[in-house]
Design a protein. Structure first.
Length: 186
């Protein structure tokens, strides 16, 4: 697919090109949106709002980077703004500057598939989930996350550390449950 041509067609308001761009990127971008919310409906709202922004700002895309990465940044920003303004997420999207105990660097050997891990991440409180996704999945630095969320870098590190610790404890519980189930099956 020639993205440069597709972008040019979209900029000329060609509805076929806009539909094609949407249909090509929507499934992957829905997954991005879904990582930040607690419901499919909210993810769909973010996706739609994000694509409105994509088409509104497509003239700013300079073809210097990958189009998918440019769209992904818009979706992440849209998701964060959605969380900030949506009442049901505002209470959960709180960040503290508490100092935490160090997190174990032990990596538990557990057989989880990607869906199981994603499901565990989605169970994190919204603040933890947001920072975990931004850092571990999207690859933003703690400095960038702090700027995006209006918090300090230490808070980002702390929230990521807490999210990681919580995930590790859940994984370890999952591992011990799986071991007990496999022993019971023998």
């Amino acid at each position: 697919m020639d993205y440069n041509l597709l972008v040019k067609q979209c900029l000329k308001q060609k509805s076929d090109a806009q539909r094609q761009l949407y249909e090509h990127f929507a499934p992957a971008m829905f997954v991005v949106c879904y990582r930040y919310t607690k419901s499919t409906k909210d993810s769909e709202d973010i996706l739609q709002e994000g694509f409105v922004k994509v088409f509104k700002n497509l003239h700013q895309y300079r073809s210097e980077g990958e189009l998918g990465a440019w769209i992904r940044r818009i979706m992440v920003t849209t998701a964060l703004n959605y969380l900030k303004r949506n009442k049901k997420y505002q209470n959960e999207l709180s960040f503290t500057n508490e100092v935490l105990h160090p997190v174990s660097d032990e990596n538990p050997t557990v057989k989880l598939d990607a869906k199981q891990l994603a499901d565990l991440v989605r169970q994190l409180p919204t603040g933890f989930q947001t920072i975990f996704n931004l850092y571990a999945i999207e690859g933003y630095s703690h400095i960038e996350i702090a700027e995006m969320l209006g918090i300090n870098e230490g808070t980002s590190r702390s929230q990521y550390s807490r999210a990681r610790a919580l995930l590790i404890s859940w994984i370890e519980k999952h591992s011990s449950v799986s071991k007990r189930e496999s022993y019971a099956g023998k």
